[in-house]
Design a protein around this ligand. Structure first.
Ligand SMILES: [Fe+2]
Ligand SMILES: [Fe+2]
Length: 218
């Protein structure tokens, strides 16, 4: 299995063990769950699941690095930080994971790197791979039902009976559904933050507005 920009030693098994050494057991379980959902959506939508699965395995590989260190790593790679990224360094765990796998695993595939970087706040002009990884991260089995159900609904996803909550049939899901589902996910996350009196990330709002504009045209 080879796709451009992925060294031949970077198999899914390799990515799995590489990330397992970098995160706690609980985080690893979350990541395993994200891979299951990502693979399922990709296969049902006729997408090659390799890029999706690889990005899912790697997306939270820097999640347990402290904010201050994430900022230092980002700066050392020449990233220009926004005021929000300087203030809330944790939002850099995706971009820093992309920088890290680029440097340490020699991954140069843009789709995989962007999907990793965009998994927290989304991005303008996300690829299908990136959209699937973003949603898989939000639909993983440990997420609460009141958060996941409205997202599954936008995806026209049908639950598989007798399986974990996160397991669904996505054969009726279109790319526009992915966009609508991301809008719902960003809205729910923002609503929760507003309720708790916490700051909302403007970048996620820009992504939401951008996707809404596209959905109106359909
Ligand atoms: Fe994350
Ligand atoms: Fe995650």
């Amino acid at each position: 299995m080879s796709i451009p920009g992925i060294p031949s030693n970077v198999t899914l098994k390799f990515a799995e063990s590489w990330v397992q050494e970098r995160v706690s057991k609980k985080r690893f379980e979350h990541i395993e769950g994200v891979v299951v959902v990502g693979r399922e959506i990709a296969l049902a939508m006729g997408e090659d699941p390799f890029a999706v699965e690889l990005a899912c395995w790697l997306h939270d590989s820097c999640k347990e690095i402290k904010a201050k260190e994430l900022i230092e790593i980002a700066l050392s790679h020449g990233m220009v930080l926004t005021p929000d990224e300087e203030e809330y360094g944790q939002i850099l765990h995706g971009p820093v994971a992309a920088l890290t796998v680029h440097k340490e695993l020699r991954i140069t595939n843009k789709e995989v790197l962007s999907a990793i970087a965009e998994h927290t706040l989304g991005g303008i002009g996300m690829s299908i791979t990136s959209k699937i990884v973003y949603l898989a991260d939000k639909l993983e089995d440990s997420r609460p039902d009141e958060f996941t159900e409205p997202i599954f609904e936008e995806l026209n996803a049908i639950p598989f009976k007798g399986t974990p909550n996160a397991w669904h049939d996505y054969s009726n899901t279109t790319e526009a559904d992915l966009d609508a589902a991301i809008v719902v996910a960003i809205s729910l996350i923002a609503r929760n933050l507003l309720k708790k009196g916490k700051p909302v990330q403007p970048k996620a709002m820009l992504v939401r507005n951008h996707l809404l504009k596209g959905l109106k045209k359909d």
